[in-house]
Structure formats: C-alpha cells, structure tokens
Ligand binder design. Sequence first.
Ligand code: HPA
Length: 267
Amino acid sequence: MMKATEAVAARLGTLKPRVAIVLGSGLGFLADEVAQAIRIPYRTIPGFPEPGVAGHKGELVAGTLEGVPVLVQAGRFHLYEGHPAAVAGLPTRVFAELGVEILIVTNAAGGVRRTFPGGTLMLIADHLNLMWRNPLIGQPEPGEQRFPIMHEPYDGELRALASTVAREAGIRMEEGVYAALLGPSYETPSEVRMLERLGADAVGMSTAPEVLVARSRGMRCLGFSIITNPGAGITGEALSHAEVLAVSEQVARKLAVVVKGVLQRIK
Ligand code: HPA
C-alpha cells in the first residue's frame, strides 16, 4: 500500500468511503456539508503537494454526505502548476486503494459548443485527452491494468441516474464532451474552433488524469463541467479567472443538488 494511503487510512478509523468527490472551482462549500467530517490536510499526506490556485483548498474531507460514506477532495493538482500527471492522479490512486468504488469529478470549463453559454451545467459524456500526458505511464501500480480500456470512461448507468435526478429537480443539464488541455493559458479563438471540429463541447485543464487512473482501477466515474464562460472568440469578450469563479459558484449550487440526489439513490 502506498504511504499516502496509509496516512489517510490511519485518519479514517472505521469509515469506509464508497464514493470520492473531486471538487472543482466554486464547489468548495460541498466539503462543509460533510457530516462527522474528518479533515485531512494535504501537508499530512506523503507525496501530496500544497495546492496553489485561488479558490482551491488543500484537504481531503472524509465523512458522510446524504448518508453515504464519502471522501471529498478539496483542491486538485493541475499539470499547469508543474505537477507530473502521476501527481494529478495520486489522490485517485489513494481512493482506489481505500476501496472507493465511484469517482465523481467536477470542474470549471469554457464552452465550445455554441449553445453552451456561461452558466451551463454539463454532464460529461466522454473526454478528449489533449494534454498529451498520462498518469499511467511507467510501471503499472499493483491492481492496475497495463492497457486500460476507455470505451466507457464515464459510467452509463451513473449518467442516466444523474440525468433523472436533474430532471426531477427541474435543473437543466446538458451533456457533452470535455476536452482536457494542459493550460495554463486560455485558448486562442482558433484553438476553440479546432476543438469544436474535434468534437469537444467544453474545454478545461483538469479531470482527464483522474479519470484515467480511476478507470485503470475499475472505478466507475461520473463527471460534471460548470461552463463559466464561452470559449475564446465565441462572443468576442475577454475572460478573467475572477469571472470564472463568480459564475461557477452560482451553477455549483445546482450541481450540488444533482450530486446529492445521485448519492441518495446509490445508498
Ligand atoms: N478554457 C479552459 N479552461 C477553463 C475555461 C476556458 O475557457 N474556463 C474555465 N476553465
């Protein structure tokens, strides 16, 4: 077992988390809704760097949400911070070693599909890994496949469940393909047009590494993008990280309803 896993396991006691939730920009408040919360700062977990982006925290929060034992990852490691893909995927490897069955990933993204303006909630149907990095490069860790199949990266049953929850709650949710780019610069207008032709509906700088690790371990994934802004060139307006954070906090309230509804039904 990895040292990081041992450190987290030591803090969990008898809690056996079934679901891990990775919080993107704006979703931090969900960590505060965890009941009987055990807060595990990254600085106490071997191999976990300190997070460095405004709006991102650095702790795992274990406990229950809607009665389901969960591990919430508040703060993720981005490749654009200079972290290797394996570091971006390290928390997911820890979750797998702890027996987590389902990984829920969330992120903020730019809209590529022209009908997905800022404020759109998007269920991730599939992704394009355009980071050209993969956390699985190197010797496979125990329990991992050498050549994981990626024919259903985002679990069909969980997606159907999320759609049902959203519909019943009166929350409009689109579905689309997430393109993961290295960043940290936002795209040029020509890059957004390229992504559109490649079949992307949204673009961001995370999520693919975590999902690649999760699938190699047989975890089922469910992913959501909060589209905070139209991609460059679509409306002609420039965007800022401050705008990204403000919009994501609004849509995050709806996303939280969907995530909690899914948890209630997988209990
Ligand atoms: N591009 C990439 N990542 C993003 C964007 C964007 O426009 N908005 C929020 N995250």
